[in-house]
Write a new protein. Structure first.
Length: 277
């Protein structure tokens, strides 16, 4: 007999039982079978059932007494574990939300979308995310791009990227020591490219240092070297290289964060008249 009143009473009893699901199911089926044998008038209401066998609390207490003690301990242990899992999940979600907010502030929304995709692709552990979060919290950047103070003969160029970040490139020429009467003159200089986040935080930079010879009709790159800087604790230098080709000196640097890897290349060229660009 499928009596909704009986079913409702059994659910009230079941909510108070502390035991494994299989045991609870067996006890409630037994209770339902017992109530099904009562006259219909006695089980037509909760009050009628309670007048025959007692309240749901009393019935639950009686059934609970029949459950072995070791099963109750296993049940309570399972409840504690599930509670810890839920609490851990909530903490993890809060930490991830804080991390996203920090990265959004530092790098802009497009970077966040890209980083989330990379986290999913690389299956980053929660431990790595927490480490990045802690570094971010205790090392909040304070430098903002304002164009900078450049040398009087420095040349600056800004490239804006789609995600809101931008690259500032600066060319600095060094004074030539070559005699003005020499057939071939020598000039040295450098070009630095610095990456900034969408909020103006300096992240990292690569500099190419080049030495050139020129004679008014042609120019040649003689040597090339590089240097680098990491201006944010979230970024580290991985590798770099420098080369020359024709009248151009080139340097390339690879930088890593916990979420992504970026390669930045910078080139410095010399004209036949000794102008660096």
């Amino acid at each position: 007999m499928n009596n909704p009143i009986v079913n409702k009473f059994c659910r009230k009893v079941g909510k108070q039982l502390q035991c494994m699901p299989a045991t609870k199911g067996a006890l409630l089926r037994g209770l339902s079978d017992e109530l099904s044998e009562f006259p219909p008038d006695d089980v037509s209401s909760i009050a009628g059932i309670e007048s025959r066998i007692g309240t749901a609390d009393e019935v639950a207490a009686e059934l609970q007494g029949s459950i072995p003690e070791d099963e109750i301990k296993r049940y309570e242990s399972g409840v504690r574990k599930r509670s810890l899992i839920v609490i851990g999940g909530v903490i993890a979600i809060c930490l991830i939300c804080m991390l996203v907010a920090i990265l959004l502030f530092m790098n802009g929304p497009f970077y966040i979308v890209e980083s989330i995709k990379e986290i999913l692709d690389m299956k980053k552990s929660l431990f790595s995310v927490i480490i990045v979060l802690l570094v971010s919290v205790f090392a909040v950047p304070s430098a903002y791009a304002s164009g900078g103070d450049f040398h009087e003969n420095a040349k600056e160029r800004i490239i804006y990227l789609a995600d809101g970040s931008y690259i500032v490139s600066t060319v600095t020429e060094e004074n030539a020591n070559t005699s003005p009467y020499a057939a071939a003159k020598t000039k040295s200089g450098s070009k630095t490219s610095t990456v900034y986040s969408a909020t103006g935080t300096s992240l990292y930079s690569i500099t190419v240092h080049g030495t050139f010879s020129y004679n008014g009709s042609s120019a040649t790159a003689k040597s090339s070297s590089y240097s680098h800087a990491e201006n944010s604790p979230l970024w580290s230098f991985s590798s770099g290289s420098a080369s020359v080709s024709g009248a151009t000196a080139t340097a390339s640097g690879t930088f890593k964060s916990a979420l992504t890897t970026k390669t930045l290349t910078v080139s410095l060229s010399c004209s036949a008249n000794g102008t660096l660009s």
